[in-house]
Write a protein that binds this ligand. Structure first.
Ligand SMILES: [Cu+2]
Length: 385
């Protein structure tokens, strides 16, 4: 949460004071000419100080504005609570299915990616918020801030049709774009910004396996990604060993403005002060409704840290990752994976005893903002968390 401390604003400049050095004439008598010279000197000094003060103050103001564009840290808007957001129309929460979708049929993997601007909650505790999201082949995760995943196999030819609001129910008011980290293409041609209602097609070959970010690249890119326009594209390697469960988890930040149901707060984005950090677009959704797996079954979780700005330390409590494949690096015997914003990978593990196994970012100050869920075995018994 943003702090509520009312710190006094920092002075823009260090004040310079002191008296001008008004030396007396050597003989103690002030001549008119000498007095005029002293007065002129004082005027010059005072003018200089005033001009310097204005210059420093102006420079300080400009530097301050350029640095933060808004209020100082500690003076950011407080996120409106759920109570304060009562009566604001918003989409009802619907849990995001964390099971990995199948690779589409066809020689060319064709995805219709649509943009929608919507008002949804992303946390039980806070008011609704305006979020910008992507749907994929008609799959929308309304009621959350999640965008749908895309899954292909290594070597697949991919065709993306980006629609910036295909119909009026997408409520798109802004220009948007899409940037695929999995693609090797000229970004100035492939990741172009299009106006509301427009369509843009891009094609590429998925030449690298991994868990890749996609996002809006329209300026200001921090606002567009911080408003929700992030998602995951998974490129499966050939000969990936079968497992019992394949799950996708995307860590994502949300930044509330002061108005319930209003726009997210770009100042908070610049200050890296998210109000909510969620898995798959809604704080603690899988803590409230755990993901069920069987004891001893092999689980593969594809994890993306979509940021836009906070690191992830993904960890499953009560197990050790037998295998990790993070940004092309294969590891074993790992407790936590370290994901910079935009990085991803997959982890494989089993839950060896019946029970509930929380998964978190082990950066606990981020976890308490909502980045926590639970894997629960079929015969866990006992409390869910
Ligand atoms: Cu955008």
């Amino acid at each position: 949460m943003a702090t509520n401390e009312s710190n006094p604003p920092q002075p823009l400049m260090r004040r310079r004071g002191g008296r001008a050095n008004t030396a007396r004439p050597p003989d103690g008598r002030a001549t008119t000419l000498y007095d005029m010279a002293i007065v002129a000197g004082i005027v010059a000094i005072v003018t200089g100080i005033v001009l310097a003060t204005l210059f420093v103050a102006r420079g300080g103001l400009d530097a301050n504005a350029a640095q933060t564009g808004g209020p100082a840290a500690g003076q950011l808007a407080q996120a409106p609570t759920a109570d304060e957001g009562r009566g604001i129309p918003h989409e009802p929460f619907k849990a995001v299915d964390p099971h990995l979708p199948a690779v589409p049929d066809g020689a060319v993997k064709h995805f219709e990616v649509d943009v929608y601007e919507h008002v949804t909650k992303v946390s039980d505790d806070l008011a609704p918020l305006q979020v910008w999201s992507y749907s994929v082949n008609g799959v929308e995760h309304r009621g959350t801030g999640a965008s749908a995943p895309l899954v292909v196999n290594l070597g697949d030819d991919v065709r993306i049709d980006l629609l910036n609001g295909s119909t009026s129910k997408m409520h798109v008011a802004f220009p948007h774009s899409i940037d695929f980290h999995s693609a090797e293409v000229a970004p100035n041609k492939a990741f172009v910004t299009i106006s509301p209602g427009e369509k843009h097609t891009l094609r590429f070959k998925a030449k690298h396996p991994g868990v890749f970010m996609y996002h809006c690249a329209t300026e200001p890119v921090l606002l567009h990604t911080g408003a929700g326009m992030v998602g995951v594209m998974i490129v499966k390697p050939r000969n990936l060993a079968p497992v019992d469960h394949e799950l996708w988890i995307t860590q994502q930040e949300f930044y509330f403005g002061p108005e319930p149901g209003g726009m997210p707060d770009q100042f908070k984005m610049e200050a890296k002060e998210p109000d909510v950090i969620a898995f798959n677009g809604y704080a603690r959704q899988y803590a409230k409704a755990p993901i069920t797996v069987g004891r001893g079954e092999r689980v593969r979780m594809y994890v993306l840290n979509a940021g836009p700005s906070i690191w992830s330390a993904f960890h499953v409590i009560g197990t050790v990752f037998d295998k990790t494949v993070i940004e092309g690096v294969v590891g074993h015997h790992a407790q936590t994976i370290n994901l910079a914003p935009s990085q991803g990978g997959w982890v494989e593990f089993t839950l060896d005893q019946e029970g509930s196994y929380p998964f978190v970012t082990h950066a606990f100050a981020d976890m308490v903002k909502g980045a926590a869920g639970v894997l629960r075995t079929e015969h866990a018994g006992g409390p869910g968390e």
